[in-house]
Design a protein around this ligand. Structure first.
Ligand code: NSS
Length: 433
């Protein structure tokens, strides 16, 4: 196979006036006045190639009738041209269609409905915005890793197949595990609490699963979860980890993905101003701000999407809500010693109506207190035997959190629906393609 240049490299100017060979997918095509304008995409880059009448007739005619999303090879001279996207084009003198598209590409330029695009997701991932999302996800994850790696956190992996619920039974996916029942993990947390006694502060990037029975614009059934856990870390400590990590991630994103962010209605200034400390309010203050009557809830109820939306109008950057009532949170949350009906819990909410992007807090470290909370929640301590063991052998105050990658991407890119924050979304009514 002949060596092709990377299209992205052409825009440095180094190839101006030189002959290059490029290979890619025919993203778009139009012809006018004896010139065919082709947009060729090799993945990272897209460049305009022109074929003028007067080149070899067979070559011209072949591309005149080429279907969109065929794969092509083109050879020609690079010419700076301010009218071309990115300021450069290839004036092609030869080339071929490697694999012609067998049918017309089903995704046209005009608007399609969301269900159609979800059915065609295997092809829609070639769309410009979808490609930007994939780059933004990758940039977020590499910034997350950079931050944790340089702050003493070790990246570890835990099972996806588990034997007990972490975040309550109502969203558990059950799987048949030979002759036993197992579940798809909702969070790494219980295993993380075991591993901090082995290697100290840790983090992971892994899929989590929630059998969410409702259709909302912020729930997937399978999502990517960035989670961290640290020993000798209280609520205040974990809040600081979250705000330092996220502000670093956003700083990197503004630096590394300005073009991708530019495709969305996001002003990068909104991200650049996110610096610690983030605003903090308590659950009680949150209720006051949203007006419980207006929000249709009373003290003790969890904040759902509608309530969070009302709350986010008071902020122009991510903020924390601490001290959620005991009954709104999972059994492992430590009750506040000064006020045992609330927990040492914290959610981070994104502004502009997006709401919760992280959940976490301080864990119960005493054995008896943990058994009591399990019983209150109707859980059988026998199902959590190994987890309880962790309180028998060198317990420690500790905290952690989980951030939904797609929730973060939705806010950063101002998406209408979380399904567009991931290549192949899993939703209540969709496991295809
Ligand atoms: O249920 S969480 O609030 N908390 C936990 O799972 C803790 N065990 C994490 C921890 O402390 N290690 O979920 C954490 C985050 C939440 O804030 C969302 O950003 C995201 O996970 N999340 C979701 N994203 C997309 N779809 C769904 N269904 C979903 N559920 C939670």
């Amino acid at each position: 196979m002949e060596n092709a240049v990377a299209i992205r490299d052409i825009f440095s100017g180094a190839a101006d006036g030189k002959k290059v060979l490029v290979r890619g997918w025919l993203q778009n095509k139009r012809s006018s006045g004896g010139i065919i304008f082709l947009l060729v995409r090799d993945g990272p880059g897209v460049i305009q190639c022109t074929i003028r009448k007067g080149v070899e007739q067979g070559f011209f005619d072949q591309f005149l009738s080429a279907k969109i999303e065929s794969t092509v090879t083109l050879e020609g001279v690079v010419k700076p041209d301010p009218r071309a996207p990115g300021g450069r084009e290839i004036q092609a003198s030869s080339g071929k269609i490697d694999y012609p598209a067998l049918e017309e590409f089903p995704i046209a330029k005009q608007a399609h409905g969301p269900e159609f695009l979800l059915d065609q997701r295997h092809l829609y991932v070639r769309d410009e915005k979808m490609r930007a999302i994939l780059k933004i996800r990758a940039a977020i994850l590499s910034a997350v890793r950079l931050w944790f790696d340089s702050h003493g956190y070790l990246e570890v992996q835990v099972p996806i197949l588990t034997s007990a619920a972490v975040e309550g039974g109502s969203t558990l996916f059950e799987v048949k595990y030979f002759d036993e029942k197992a579940y798809l993990t909702q969070s790494w947390q219980l295993y993380a609490e075991a591993l901090i006694a082995s290697v100290g502060p840790i983090y992971t990037v892994a899929p989590s699963f929630r059998a969410e029975k409702s259709r909302t614009r912020r729930h997937l059934t399978e999502y990517w979860h960035i989670e961290a856990e640290a020993p000798w870390c209280d609520l205040d400590c974990i809040i600081k980890v979250e705000e330092l990590m996220l502000s670093h991630v956003l700083e990197q994103l503004v630096k590394n993905c300005p073009v991708e962010l530019g495709l969305f209605e996001r002003n990068v200034e909104d991200l650049a101003r996110v610096k610690p400390p983030f605003p903090r309010i308590t659950y009680d203050e949150a209720l006051e701000k949203i007006g419980p009557e207006k929000a249709g809830i009373k003290w003790g109820d969890d904040l759902g999407y509608e309530q969070e939306k009302l709350l986010t109008v008071h902020f122009d950057r991510p903020f924390f809500v601490t001290g959620y009532p005991k009954k709104t949170k999972a059994f492992y949350h430590k009750p506040d010693p000064a006020r045992p009906d609330v927990t040492l819990s914290v959610d981070m909410l994104a502004p502009e109506g997006y709401g919760e992007i992280t959940g976490g807090g301080q864990r119960i470290e005493e054995y008896d207190a943990l058994v009591t909370r399990m019983r209150e929640e109707g859980l059988d301590p026998k199902s959590y035997e190994w987890y309880l063991d962790l309180r028998k052998y060198g317990s420690v105050p500790h905290s952690g959190f989980g951030m939904g990658l797609e929730r973060l991407v939705s806010w950063v890119c101002r998406l209408d629906h979380i399904r567009d924050a991931i290549a192949f979304p899993r939703l209540i009514n969709r496991v295809y393609p």
